[in-house]
Design a protein around this ligand. Structure first.
Ligand code: K7E
Ligand code: CUA
Length: 682
């Protein structure tokens, strides 16, 4: 159908050339009867004039029509956004929520970095305690060096799943810089937990949920120095001093929170473990992590040593780690040791129990992505023009038949490449990450080529000579890292759209200074050839990974039941109703219970003595969607957002003397400016 429409639009069917905008809109707006195809109806005539005046050709207009969401479109309407992207916000430490196909930014979720509008990290107990708990030095070997962390480099979001499909409950995201992971509840799109993961000093792409969100996984990137007192000679004894960790964080199904007591790690060789993905369907129960720097290069370029990048690219092969987590689960109770509060299955035990295997991966591997059917695992090698496709059936057979090439220096068996490779496709330069659609195709990002390659991925869709073949290639702008197809990590991808996440955007946008935006490009997958529909500049950190979920899977709340504490998602014990306001002094502590509504704080006068501890419980008693108020106290760095129904507590020592005019920071009503009060510190 889209082809027909496209032919009509471009005039290809009629052999016409040039601008036929009237025909497009006549067809689109005129319904199925094809009436108005001549472009002479009032509407299409007007549109044609606008298109001409703005120098838009028929292709541009088609793209606009494919992505336009009319003002007031309701969720679920055919012309509304059909998908949401949950994008890492890179250095901003946040998550971005974007509508597809409109590519409109819908929300920025405060995660690792304070976010003033949401009051995330500016005085409210709920968010401050999440951020504080997110720097838990006792979980790290190198504890002494750590202070409170107020930023993160968000990289890989992982949406929760049920039976391998996204279920719209939670999203997890890691902090590349500090080896941490956060959980956002998709009922209110707020961060509920930041976990400073034991034994992980860093993390990168090893984040995903298992098919029923039994666990969320995170692994080390740069291996961890196990005993920090040995730092001085650490690099000379790299092989013995460092270890990697594959971490399975147990998820509480009700709250989405990660429970350390039920979590575990599998110790890994000190290679650089990188991207990872969960097995599904036929490979459920296993996970796959690739690695580079199996050379264990550690640099020394100023003192005659090999630069790290040279040392780390010396070998022809690195290793995919193949981990049997279902097996690990049965062993962890009896055969683990506890390290920094985490149960760890030692490397020797992992080998002895058949939990860990390696498979060779060509030339600096990057992405590892499991096919929706579960059998194929696609690996891109940054320095190899091929994508290598492994077969899980072959991996299983090779393990059972002990088809090992040898053991690595840590005794981990390395499977024979020929025994586990199902196929390979020459796709172009710098292949990184693969996503899948609903028709059996894979899409791989080509960093060096600045392109997306589409290839067929074996059975059940493609057999024989067609099994693994390049079928299309699309230039993107420029230097693509990840890409995301809608629900492309699940057992049932939705197809339709793909978004290319480009690192460079030279010449695509107006010059806004020396730091250029990233460029998200929306790609139409419905035609024979991939086609770019639109560019979206991202001017807030460098996103890495993104997941795209069907919009109708998200069942977000519009208002909280009155008195809800966002941290617990339950009624706050200090929430009050109208007329419950009071001020109470106990020794040098002053506690205030305040209602918040259009257009007043009650009480609006608070009098304390210098040095008093002040605790203010605020309840927004509004039940109207969007009736949000803010609460800010000048000079005290307090700024809380009180969404409708929300209860929050602010606590501080009144150490500065004076009269402080607190005010509502959200333009909530005609008397918003009057929504203020006085804190007197005498
Ligand atoms: Cu390829 Cu950080 Cu997922 Cu970026 S990683 S590209
Ligand atoms: Cu409440 Cu402005």
């Amino acid at each position: 159908m889209s082809v027909t429409r496209r032919e009509l639009i471009t005039g290809a069917a009629a052999g016409a050339t040039g601008l036929v905008v009237g025909g497009v809109l006549g067809k689109t707006l005129g319904g199925d009867d094809g009436g108005g195809g001549g472009g002479d109806s009032g509407l299409s005539g007007q549109a044609e004039a606008v298109a001409k005046a703005r120098d838009l050709n028929s292709e541009n207009v088609t793209r606009a029509v494919k992505t336009f969401v009319p003002p007031g479109a309701k969720p679920g309407d055919k012309n509304a956004d059909e998908f949401f992207l949950f994008s890492s916000g890179g250095h901003s430490g946040q998550i971005l929520v974007i509508g597809v196909p409109s590519m409109r930014l819908l929300k920025v979720i405060g995660v690792f970095a304070p976010e003033p509008w949401q009051g995330h990290g500016y005085g409210a107990d709920s968010s401050d305690s999440v951020i504080k708990a997110g720097t838990d030095s006792k979980n790290k070997p190198s504890s002494a060096a750590r202070g409170p962390l107020t930023w993160g480099d968000t990289h890989h979001p992982a949406l929760s799943e049920t039976k391998g499909e996204y279920d719209g409950r939670f999203v997890y995201i890691n902090d590349r810089a500090n080896g941490r992971i956060a959980m956002v509840d998709l009922r209110d799109f707020k961060t509920k937990q930041i976990l400073d993961v034991p034994n992980l000093d860093s993390s990168h792409g090893g984040v995903f949920c298992t098919p029923n969100t039994e666990y969320v996984h995170i692994s080390t990137m740069s291996p961890t120095l196990v005993d920090p007192s040995k730092a001085e000679k650490a690099l000379e004894t790299f092989k013995d001093s460092f270890r990697g960790y594959s971490t399975f964080l147990k998820v509480d199904q009700k709250t989405g929170k990660m429970d350390l007591a039920q979590s575990f790690q599998v110790e890994l060789p000190p290679y650089t473990q990188d991207l990872a993905d969960s097995g599904k369907l036929s490979s459920e129960g296993w996970v796959f992590i690739n690695s580079y720097n199996s050379e264990m290069a550690s640099g020394g370029n100023l003192t005659g040593g090999k630069p790290i990048e040279v040392g780390a690219s010396a070998n022809d092969f690195d290793y995919m780690h193949i981990i049997n987590w279902k097996k690990a689960e049965t062993v962890v109770g009896s055969k683990s040791k506890v390290m920094n509060g985490m149960r760890v299955i030692p490397l020797e035990t992992a080998v002895a129990e058949g939990i860990l295997y390696l498979a060779p991966e060509p030339k600096s591997p990057h992405g590892v992505d499991v096919h929706p059917g579960g059998n194929y695992i696609s690996v891109g090698g940054k320095l190899d023009p091929h994508v290598t496709i492994y077969g899980f059936d072959k991996i299983k057979a090779a393990i059972d038949g002990k088809q090992f090439e040898k053991n690595d220096p840590f005794g981990v068996p390395i499977l024979k490449l020929d025994a586990v490779r199902a196929g390979s496709v020459e796709v172009g330069l710098g292949p990184l990450h693969t996503q899948y659609d609903d028709k059996g195709y894979g899409y791989i990002s080509l960093f060096l080529d600045s392109a997306v390659a589409k290839f067929s991925v074996g059975e059940p869709y493609f057999k024989g000579a067609d099994a693994f073949k390049l079928v299309d290639k699309l230039p993107v702008h420029y230097n693509i890292g990840h890409l995301v197809a809608m629900e492309g990590d699940t057992v049932k991808p939705a197809g339709k759209y793909l978004v290319a996440l480009n690192k460079w955007s030279i010449d695509r946008f107006p010059v806004v200074g020396t730091l250029k935006p990233q460029n998200f490009q929306l790609v139409d997958l419905t035609g024979e050839k991939m086609e770019i529909l639109t560019d979206m500049p991202i001017g807030i950190g460098e996103p890495h990974y993104v997941q795209g979920i069907r919009a109708d899977r998200i069942k977000a709340w519009e208002v909280y039941p009155v008195g809800t504490n966002p941290l617990t998602m339950e009624k706050d014990p200090n929430a009050i109703a109208d007329k419950g306001e009071k001020i109470q002094r106990t020794g040098s502590t002053v506690e205030i219970w305040s209602t918040v509504r259009r257009s007043q704080f009650k009480p609006d006068n608070i009098s304390v003595k210098q040095g008093d501890k002040v605790i203010i419980h605020l309840t927004n008693i509004e039940t109207t969607p969007d009736a949000t108020h803010g609460f800010s106290i000048p000079r005290y760095n307090v700024n809380v957002s009180l969404d409708p129904g929300e209860a929050a507590t602010v606590e501080f020592t009144a150490d500065a003397k004076g009269a402080f005019a607190f005010y509502c920071t959200e333009f909530c009503s005609a008397l918003h400016l009057e929504m203020q009060g006085w804190l007197l510190v005498s």
